[in-house]
Design a protein around this ligand. Structure first.
Ligand code: HEC
Ligand code: HEC
Length: 297
């Protein structure tokens, strides 16, 4: 009997240790790529980094401070300019890649998934390298990062390790050769780098995306006294019901207009102005192709 208890206790400890390791990591050899800063500027738009790391209307580029309300409290995007003290100017390329795809910071350790590394883990290694090359050219700003307004931040950060072990998938998206290149590119943007799915797919109680309800919409947490924002479904069916054909979707992405004349606003307004309005016609077409045909089963 006593032996059995020892074995069980041992197994319990091993499981806890395994959970607190934070799960598998994807290694990117950043020395294998010559990052292209010009392309990186485009990758940053595709990924929408500016939205959360820049105070809206007039904040210094990527100097941090944009508030993000969640059921767990308000988070603030940190300073990620090239400032060596307050930004990430002293980081190596591998440390940057580790933050982006593995959710692990050289400064604070395990990162909260409010930073959508759960989507950025799908980024290709050349995109990560180009983005890093561009980030190093962003003007340094010495504004200190604002601490998050959440209860018990130390405990919460420690709990990110088991959360990642259980829920963070570091696999890149495997190309689906039976689908067109445009569809595959669209999926890379919607489910990966463009992280559209992080808002448009509902979440379970532990903040994990409910992949069975892919793009079915939901509600964002309330902020500043106002009710939580409603996120519409953007599945192929829902879009068809709202009257979106391909041309209407492209119109919505370029000008923020829905087929019934509604102006798309709220947090989608920032997605449009910080992200979609800067994308190439080909990439917008790819997003439309993917959304209108729905995911492959
Ligand atoms: C939805 C909002 C959001 C988006 C989009 C976003 N971030 Fe962040 N990011 C955050 C938050 C919030 C944190 C802080 C997380 C924490 O403290 O655990 C963070 C943390 C980071 C860190 C770690 C910084 C540190 O000091 O530890 C890096 C690096 C980073 N983000 C880079 C990026 C890049 C590059 C992009 C675009 C590819 C991006 N972020 C897009 C919200 C976002
Ligand atoms: C920060 C949360 C957020 C993210 C990220 C986001 N959206 Fe949205 N999206 C919204 C909200 C909120 C609306 C509703 C806007 C309105 O009705 O004013 C919306 C509306 C839309 C609509 C119009 C749907 C309709 O019924 O008219 C489309 C299409 C859309 N989003 C596509 C995208 C794509 C593509 C991406 C990724 C590039 C994306 N969204 C990322 C929050 C988000």
């Amino acid at each position: 009997m006593r032996n059995l208890l020892f074995v069980l206790a041992g197994l319990g400890l091993l499981t806890a240790a395994w959970l607190f390791l934070g799960g598998p990591r994807r290694a990117i050899d950043m020395t294998a790529y010559e990052g292209d800063a010009m392309r990186g500027a485009y990758v940053a738009r595709l990924a929408g980094c500016v939205t959360c790391h820049t105070v809206p209307e007039g904040g210094a580029m990527l100097a941090g401070g944009a508030p993000l309300a969640t059921p767990f409290g308000t988070f603030y995007g940190p300073n990620i300019t090239s400032d060596p003290v307050h930004g990430i100017g002293s980081w190596t390329g591998s440390e940057f890649a580790d933050a982006l795809v593995n959710g692990h910071s050289a400064r604070t350790g395990h990162l909260y998934p409010v930073f959508p590394y759960t989507s950025y883990s799908k980024m290709t290694s050349p995109d990560v390298a180009d983005l890093w090359a561009w980030l190093q050219t962003v003007e340094a700003n010495n504004t200190p990062s604002r601490p998050h307004d959440i209860s018990n931040p130390f405990l919460a950060r420690a709990l990110m390790a088991p959360w990642k072990t259980l829920f963070h998938d570091v696999q890149e998206l495997a190309a689906m050769p039976e689908q067109s290149p445009a569809w595959n590119r669209g999926r890379y943007i919607v489910d990966g780098i463009g992280h559209c799915t992080e808002c448009h797919t509902p979440r379970g109680s532990l903040g994990v995306l409910d992949r069975r309800r892919h793009l079915e919409g939901g509600t964002l947490p309330p902020k500043g006294g106002s009710k939580g924002e409603k996120i519409p479904a953007i599945t192929a069916e829902a879009l068809a019901k709202r009257g979106y054909a391909r041309a209407d979707l492209l119109m919505a992405f370029r000008y923020g207009l829905a087929p019934d004349g509604d102006v798309l606003g709220g947090s989608m307004g920032e997605v449009l102005s910080d992200q979609l309005e800067h994308l190439s016609a080909d990439d917008l077409e790819a997003i439309a192709t993917y959304l209108l045909s729905g995911p492959a089963n």
